[in-house]
Design a protein around this ligand. Structure first.
Ligand code: HPA
Length: 323
């Protein structure tokens, strides 16, 4: 029944009005902190954290490396709210619970949303640890079945039934991110300039995010498939949040941190017949180590790059409000 899926926004807003000091309300910008990136909130001054379990309508968080609170604070004079920890469909949360916090931030007054995530790299030019500004997405679960986060009755008569996504990733926000990256690079935050960098040096990639449901990482064939379909990175979050934000008229930018290279290789790399032939014939051969990705590795890269991400987001927020 629709009424069961409509979240208790009024109760949540009332709770936040009680728990958050008035100078931090309404937040103008929202930040979603991805895996290993909850330290992004260290940019916020005078932080007041509200644990999710004190806000009506929030689901329980289960993924390791994610925290469970909204952090309210200032960046410069700008009131900002950061989600420390997000909800993923693969945890078993209904999509309505995954997007609930985004809808709540929109109801609170957030106009611009900066979303971060950890993602696997599909584009062979992307080194582990690089940051990708998302320009577009490819959402396999959304294309053919009831897995689109906006499936079901629209929550508000003000919302469009058919949400356009050709402009899902705000050009205004993306330009602010790129300009911020340029400035920070000049200041040395991205380390030394590589000899082959072009002028001006903007040390971000721009790319397409493939959204998959997870929780399994991709097989080599799936990695090749997503790459052939035009994706540069792949991850298990973000797209439901982007949809809910766009439905509510909130502008969005997404930054993916490449935490691992997706093992795509060639078909021949995955076949073992050649090895068996060599063994039968007694031919010596070099054993190839089997590569796999682990959640530990994903969290570790997140921690290493969190400081650069933090500065990038803080600079972007400052720029948005100067405009
Ligand atoms: N695949 C999907 N999601 C991910 C990955 C990956 O390789 N790395 C981090 N999130």
């Amino acid at each position: 029944a629709p009424s069961a899926t409509v979240p208790p926004f009024a109760a949540a807003l009332a709770a936040l009005a009680q728990l958050v000091p008035p100078h931090l309300l309404p937040p103008r910008v929202g930040i979603v902190c991805g895996s290993g990136l909850s330290t992004l909130a260290a940019s916020l001054q005078g932080v007041v954290e509200v644990p999710y379990d004190r806000i009506p309508g929030f689901a329980k968080n289960t993924v390791q490396g994610h925290r469970s609170a909204l952090a309210f604070g200032l960046i410069g004079d700008v009131p900002v709210v950061a989600m420390l920890g997000r909800f993923h469909p693969y945890e078993g949360h209904p999509l309505s619970a995954v997007v609930y916090p985004i809808r709540l931030l929109a109801a609170l007054g957030v106009k611009d949303l900066l979303i971060t995530n950890a993602a696997g790299g599909l584009n062979p030019d992307y080194a582990v640890g690089s940051i990708v500004l998302i320009a577009d997405h490819l959402a396999l679960p959304n294309l053919a079945g009831p897995l689109n986060a906006l499936f079901g009755p629209t929550l508000s008569p003000d919302y469009p039934r058919f949400v356009p996504l050709s402009d899902a990733y705000s050009r205004r926000l993306r330009k602010a991110v790129l300009r911020s990256a340029y400035e920070l690079a000049q200041e040395g935050v991205f380390g030394t300039r590589p000899a082959d960098a072009t002028e001006p040096w903007i040390p971000l990639h721009e790319g397409t995010y493939a959204y998959v449901s997870g929780p399994t990482y991709e097989t080599p064939a799936e990695g090749r498939f997503l790459r052939a379909a035009g994706a540069d990175v792949v991850g298990m979050s973000t797209v439901p949040e982007v949809l809910a934000a766009r439905e509510a008229g909130v502008s969005v930018a997404v930054l993916s941190l490449v935490t691992n290279a997706v093992v795509a290789g060639s078909k021949a790399d995955t076949f073992v017949c050649r090895e068996v032939e060599d063994e039968i014939l007694g031919r010596v051969q070099e054993k190839k180590a089997q590569e796999t990705v682990s959640h530990e590795e994903v969290l570790q890269v997140g921690r290493e790059k969190a400081e650069v991400m933090r500065q990038l987001i803080a600079r972007t927020v400052a720029k948005l409000v100067m405009e």
